[in-house]
Design a protein around this ligand. Sequence first.
Ligand code: ADP
Length: 384
Amino acid sequence: MADLQLKGVSKVYPGNICAVAPTSVQIEDGEFVVLVGPSGCGKSTLLRMIAGLETVSQGEIHIGGRLINNVPAKDRDIAMVFQNYALYPHMTVYENMAFGLKMRKLPKSEIENRVRAATNILGLNGFLDRRPKGLSGGQRQRVAVGRAIVRQPKLFLFDEPLSNLDAKLRVSMRAELIKLHKRLKATMIYVTHDQVEAMSMGDRLIVLKDGMVQQIGAPLEIYDRPANQFVASFIGSPPMNFISGSILEQDGHVFLKGEGFQVKLPDERKAVLTELASGGPRAPHAGSPRGVPGSLSLVLGVRPENISERQVYHGVVDGNVIKARVSFLEPLGSEVLATCSLAQHEIIVRLSPRTSTKSDEVIELVLDMERTTVFDPVTTEALW
Ligand code: ADP
């Protein structure tokens, strides 16, 4: 096992297509890191550069302290698990798992020991003589993981390994991979476009968009303190709500006022707001060609679970109530998602499964202002 260091690694394809902008990150030995982002954001390209299946345009990749840019894929001591499993159809499960080790000319007894250990971990005993076509999708994926385990690599790379499985199997394989990581304590890098998979599996996430890293951090850190509006809406389902308004100072407090609502911002943010209003370095639109210094329009971000119905809210209500009309309700059993309209905005609120609220009602909603985020409407960066 080993750590992985990327130093300004980028990929530009012919035609000047920048698939991955210079990326630097240190991944510790034993860490489970998830590369997550929408399709086309450069996740696979980054993973394939680490694997040695794609050349690096610029920058350096180090595994266990060794520069490996020019080391061929087969000599990198990396095992990769693909979305399509890539099993040999004419070989049995045993042969599929043993193949790589045979090519490396490992002694027969060592191969047997490693395959047996992996089949025990993965619950594949009893399937060793079957060919892939006689296995379910989940079993095939386990064989693909087994083939990676027997290699005892320095690094495991997973490229959307669960995408071909149905929803239920995906959830159980997810749990199996988490357990596997705990057991092997191996360094794993996992690519997915599924933010739930990312949140539930990763020690840390690297969120990508258009080939650029948007944020690196622990799942909850990213969920609670997204770096920008893209991250705020990509991580979390339903996504964070955005409500735009302008700053208003009144009676020593600061408010965000927009069409049909006014909420009091936390008093401890006053200093930041004063700095913003004076055009300081953190001023909204700083560096933006559309910058309008001093015009403090902001976007308030609030997650659906940080909004409550006033009638069932037990906390302090102090300038943090808004009125919205319920457009429609989605009862999900454990909760009811209410899509509400607030002037031109549409917001989604998580309500209690036993709510008595009906569609078309105008309801009072309390925002947990301590858990809100504020964004610059032009740069979309989080201001706090
Ligand atoms: P993801 O894995 O996040 O879906 P990819 O890494 O596959 O994204 O692709 C990132 C970007 O690079 C995309 O815009 C894609 O079209 C482009 N790309 C990928 N492979 C090639 C290639 N061989 N030649 C040119 N462009 C490519």
